[in-house]
Design a protein around this ligand. Structure first.
Ligand code: SF4
Length: 247
């Protein structure tokens, strides 16, 4: 598959777009901060047949945010999941095509942000946990291809913290999965922020200050060694006792 332009890619794949700009409730909050965020939603875990969350726990998988918002209510039938699966398969099976389309969309979104006088950021992993180094085109990864663009992610892959030393345009928040307590403490001790999902967000936890992680999503505005408290969002599955969500 050869990428020509966005119109051709849409026609060829039947997808309307790969990523979207400040379209979800979470990312719309960036507008209040004069910022637009381009976000990509892939099919999490192994839903597409390809694993995109190498360090997921069974607890986070069962309460994954993939099934929140419109997708929780099944407002578009199974269309949202089907399009996320299609995008994930494109990533693995037609990587060059995927990357050309992705970069084209990111550049267009940046032009839009510039015209509005807004800042701009990109979150590649909203419902996945892939290394940005695996988004490759012509031998360079996306952080190298777009060095002036701010990228940020949350991850459950502890070693990915090393990327922060290599790329100035990347920000990362480590995430509690329900069974990685020791790594969370190591991350906090190493001046990393750690995201934790709570039923009710406290002001302190594990001896660290907790900040409101739902006010906006651009985590690089936050201090380093704090806990980012995220309020539990309802997903399709009913919440029963689960170590991923702190009660
Ligand atoms: S690692 Fe994140 S995206 Fe993947 S299943 Fe767990 S909560 Fe969902």
């Amino acid at each position: 598959m050869n990428y020509i332009n966005k119109a051709q890619a849409k026609k060829l794949t039947g997808l309307s777009f790969l990523g979207s700009v400040s379209a979800t409730t979470k990312h719309q909050k960036s507008i209040k901060y004069n910022e637009l965020t381009y976000s990509l939603y892939l099919a999490p875990a192994k839903m597409s047949g390809y694993e995109v969350c190498p360090k997921r726990s069974k607890e986070c998988t069962s309460l994954c945010l993939n099934h929140s918002g419109m997708n929780r209510m099944n407002m578009k039938g199974d269309m949202i999941n089907q399009s996320r699966i299609k995008k994930t398969k494109l990533f693995f099976e037609h990587h060059e095509f995927f990357m050309n389309w992705l970069i084209d969309e990111i550049k267009s979104a940046k032009v839009k942000a510039d015209k509005l006088g807004y800042k701009f950021s990109v979150r590649l992993n909203n419902t996945s946990d892939l290394s940005p180094e695996s988004f490759i085109l012509d031998g360079k990864n996306i952080l190298q291809l777009l060095p002036k663009t701010k990228f940020y992610d949350y991850t459950k892959v502890y070693d990915r913290i090393e990327l922060l030393k290599k790329y100035k345009n990347y920000d990362l928040t480590y995430s509690f999965s329900g069974n990685n307590f020791q790594d969370c403490i190591s991350a906090l001790n190493n001046k990393m922020r750690v995201a934790v999902v709570f039923k009710k967000v406290p002001t302190n936890f594990w001896g660290y200050k907790v900040i409101d992680g739902d006010a906006y999503d651009m985590r690089y505005y936050d201090k380093k060694n704090v806990i980012v408290g995220l309020k539990y969002k309802n997903v399709r599955k009913k919440l029963t006792k689960n170590s991923f969500v702190i009660e």
